[in-house]
Design a protein around this ligand. Structure first.
Ligand code: PEP
Ligand code: MG
Length: 870
């Protein structure tokens, strides 16, 4: 064994860094004594050297020659022998699989002389010429970038029927001309030159544009390089006792035990991929070639036992002899991932910890969405940004009031949404917007509700009660279907399958007898046992809290109290804003108090015995007033009619007075508490009175009070002192902890001081991301994130998945400094990231006590919390 080249007998499955997935697994199969054609793998290190210098590293060719001699000896054939040539395949294969990015060249070693030799020894002239034309085509495309269409055009010239040997010979001549025209040189006749050029081309393919883009998206490092596997050709296209196929050791769709796959007689692998002829189910091989079939089943069993997982396999049968061309731990559907992991535990093959590592929160999320019956769907009208997954069908409504008033299912269609649309969003089955991306208001709120949402469908033109899209007019009342998983918008109703996994979490169906549900139950149980991170829910109503609890939440980590001031109650907030003196203000607050108290009682009832973190009001108060444009229009209309603008005029003045250029950085959060007398006090009293009432009724209420947007301890101290005064004055209330959100970078940096006045921290990572990056969370998606993602500035929006190196660093700093100052400080997170699988792992590593996320993401976070611990 030497530097750059590993013979199959010298590698093993753990050398993926060096030999790529394909090379490592071929080596492993060789070591297991399975029938693998002889060959060797050139390391990723050689590729990296080539990419650095532009030339094959010194000594590589000698090494290749050396290993080639080994292959020749094993087969008793010679590379370049004109009478009975050894032919080779050259394939790329990196550490991570990059489907569709792979370069493969088959039949290397053929030339104008040896093609006749091959025809003689195989006694099959047609096969020999067909192999030669495949070589010219693949070699031309891969090594010299000859456009595929140029070859295809020649082939088309020969008509649609199967070509005979003579025609294939003519096709070879035609392909050679194409090659010459595009490259300015003749097709290389020297087998070694073919081989070396092919190796260089495979190395270069690592940096092909589509490969670079793919890696960026999949977060695969760009500097790994690809390995190159060189293997003796075996032929599945040498008559009826030959063929090729793919096989799985379990059903990759459902996880069912058994052998699955497809077989194509008298064909090569690329024919299966190209779908030129129909394959037959694997078990039909038993009738064609029982011995090979039995041998294949035995090999598959050995591979499963060895890899302790579902394997997929590519094989070829040449003249009744079985050869293994590839294996790997196979891809599978989300459902199969759970079923197989649980089966393998049952079979005693893997431990529960290992099983947990083999499933993901993303897979569980996938299983929780309803889905459309794709086969029954018409062509889509348009495609927008898939913002919140699911499948929703309903009549189109263009405003929130119509949605709220509707009796049947509706889809709320808006240019964009704002907090005013909340009642409509709650009532609708799904939300479709023309503007905004994955962190637009519509997207964030919809995800929070577990509601289907497609946003940013830019060719949607909304005019009053109609919209045009894809050249069609859609009117209010017309039924449409939207798919939040892929962004498609369909005309008319498309049949929907509800998620049985959600019905299981809701307690509507039992797991017994259902392989998927029992698998999920088993793995979720184990996740619960090993997890260190708790999972709370963001919930503002008793109903949401109750659902979250059914889904396994052990508390409410964020109740956004501003959501309790919408709808009918908005007028009361208006009265508060417009109050001209203390008496008016106190009257407005007194009217709000019992409503808030009742809300909190509901929440505390649903989460009896578990913590409920109530956040004091956060948004700027002018969000509760009608928009400036609307009021201006109302007042202008009144003036035009010489009428008194009345209330609209008063509101307009207030809106003008309160206008802010940057409301997100304006009078909101803790600042409201310091500036608007009595507001926080009323909320704290409502919490305390609700808790006292619950306790008196025999409940176990555990509310906590959380202050938003704190940047310095002074702010928190002032609010805290007032809150403590109020709490002390409510008889019968249990002890209520007071803490703060950490969502301003300054709060994270001064967490050591702030912990002096906070019994707990909860990271508001939405605002913390917004303020750390200086990105407006409401605008960036539509504005420039698309371009940023394309350019690879980041692979995923930092509002979706926590930016570890920036925002994450602030989280770590705050945890460390906060805990150093107050060792028993409870620390959680309640931004959107609390339900994002990758972020949950980070929060586990950062030592948080819990994550809080929307009720629908609770099972996902529970699973991920368990996975983070094993
Ligand atoms: C946050 O900023 O992360 C947070 C939870 O608060 P909101 O989303 O309500 O601003
Ligand atoms: Mg916030």
């Amino acid at each position: 064994m030497s530097g750059y080249v590993y013979d199959f007998v010298d590698g093993n499955k753990d050398l993926k860094d060096l030999l790529g997935g394909k090379g490592a697994n071929l080596a492993e199969m060789t070591r297991m004594g399975l029938p693998v054609p002889p060959g060797f793998t050139i390391t990723t290190e050689a590729c990296r050297a080539y990419l650095r210098t532009g030339t094959l590293p010194a000594g590589l060719l000698d090494e290749v020659e050396d290993h080639l001699r080994g292959v020749q000896a094993a087969l008793g054939k010679t590379f370049g022998d004109p009478d009975d040539p050894l032919l080779l395949s050259v394939r790329s294969g990196g550490k991570f699989s990059m489907p569709g990015m792979m370069e493969t060249i088959l039949d290397i070693g053929l030339n104008d002389t040896s093609v006749t030799g091959l025809a003689r020894v195989s006694a099959d002239e047609r096969f020999a010429w067909d192999s030669y034309r495949r070589l010219i085509q693949m070699f031309g495309r891969t090594v010299f970038d000859v456009p595929a269409e140029a070859f295809e055009a020649e082939l088309a010239g020969f008509g649609a029927t199967e070509l005979d040997a003579g025609e294939l010979r003519d096709l070879v001549r035609a392909y050679q001309k194409v090659f010459e025209t595009h490259t300015g040189r003749a097709f290389p006749q020297a087998p070694h030159e073919q081989l070396f050029l092919a190796i260089g081309a495979v190395f270069r393919s690592w940096n092909a544009e589509r490969a670079v883009l793919y890696r960026r998206q999949e977060r695969i490092p760009q500097d790994l390089g690809t390995a190159v596997t060189v293997m003796a050709m075996v032929f599945g296209n040498r008559g009826d006792d030959s063929g090729t196929g793919v096989a799985f050791t379990r059903d990759p769709a459902t996880g069912r035990r058994g052998s699955y796959g497809d077989y194509l007689g008298n064909a090569q692998g690329e024919d299966v991929v190209a779908g030129i002829r129909n394959t037959v189910p694997l078990h039909e091989l038993a009738t064609v070639d029982a011995a090979s079939y039995e041998q294949l089943l035995a090999v598959m069993q050995r591979l499963e036992d060895h890899y302790r997982d579902l394997c997929d396999i590519e094989f070829t049968i040449e003249g009744g002899k079985l050869w293994m061309l590839q294996t790997r731990v196979g891809k599978r559907t989300p459902a199969a991932a759970f079923v197989i992991a649980a089966q393998l535990v049952e079979e005693g093959v893997i431990t529960l910890d290992e099983a947990l590592r083999r499933v993901t929160g993303e897979q569980l999320a996938h299983l929780m969405f309803p889905s459309f019956d794709e086969a029954a769907a018409p062509p889509p009208l348009t495609t927008g940004v898939p913002a919140s997954p699911g499948a929703a069908v309903g009549a189109v409504v263009f405003d929130s009031a119509a949605a709220a008033a509707a009796t049947g299912p509706v889809i709320l269609v808006r240019r964009e949404t704002n907090p005013d649309d909340l009642p409509g969003m709650i009532a609708a089955q799904g939300i479709l917007t023309a503007r905004g991306g994955k962190t637009s208001h519509a997207a964030v709120v919809a995800r929070g509700m577990g509601k289907t949402c497609v946003c940013g469908a830019e060719d949607l033109r909304i005019e009053g009660d109609t919209c045009t899209v894809g050249g069609r007019t859609v009117r209010a009342g017309d039924v449409i279907s939207i798919d939040g998983g892929n962004g498609r918008v369909y005309p008319g109703p498309v049949p929907v399958h509800p998620s049985r996994v959600v019905r299981y979490f809701e307690g509507e169906v039992a797991a017994d007898g259902d392989p998927l549900l029992t698998a999920i139950e088993r793995l979720m149980d184990h996740a619960g046992q090993v997890a260190r991170l708790g999972v709370h829910a963001n919930a503002d109503t008793g109903a949401d809290a109750a659902r979250a609890r059914r889904f396994g939440a052990t508390g409410v980590g964020l109740c956004r109290t501003e959501h309790m001031f919408l709808g009918d109650r908005r007028v009361l907030v208006e009265r508060l804003i417009l109050a001209e003196d203390a008496t008016e203000r106190e009257a407005a607050l007194a009217a709000l108090l019992p409503l808030q108290r009742a809300d909190f009682e509901e929440l505390l009832t649903a989460m009896d015995g578990l913590p409920v973190t109530v956040r004091l009001i956060d948004p700027p108060l002018h969000e509760f007033l009608p928009p400036l444009e609307e009021l201006t229009a109302r007042v202008a209309r009144a003036e035009a009619l010489n009428e008194d603008a009345g209330h609209a005029g008063v509101l307009l003045n207030a809106v003008r007075r309160m206008h802010e250029s940057n409301p997100m950085l304006g009078l909101r959060g803790v600042r409201l508490g310091l500036v608007v007398p009595g507001l926080f006090e009323m909320q704290v009293r409502a919490v305390a009175e609700a808790a006292a009432a619950r306790a008196a009724a025999g409940g176990d209420p555990r509310p906590e009070i959380m202050v938003p947007l704190v940047g310095t301890i002074q702010e928190l101290e002032i609010v805290r002192a007032e809150a403590e005064r109020v709490l002390a004055a409510v008889p019968g209330a249990p002890p209520i902890r007071i803490g703060t959100m950490i969502e301003v970078p300054r709060a994270a940096l001064t967490a050591g001081e702030i912990a002096g006045a906070a019994e707990f921290f909860s990271f508001g990572t939405n605002d913390l991301t917004q303020m750390t990056w200086g990105f407006s969370r409401d605008d960036v998606e539509g504005a420039f994130f698309g371009r940023y993602l394309e350019l690879g500035v980041f692979a995923v929006s930092p509002f979706e998945s926590l930016d570890r190196s920036g925002v994450g660093e602030l989280v770590r700093i705050a945890v460390d400094r906060g805990r150093a100052a107050r060792p028993d400080l409870t620390v959680g997170v309640c931004g959107e990231h609390g339900g994002d699988p990758a972020s949950v792992r980070f929060f586990h590593d950062a030592g948080l006590d819990y994550v809080s996320c929307s009720p629908f993401r609770v099972p996902i976070a529970r699973l991920e919390a368990g996975r983070a611990a094993v």
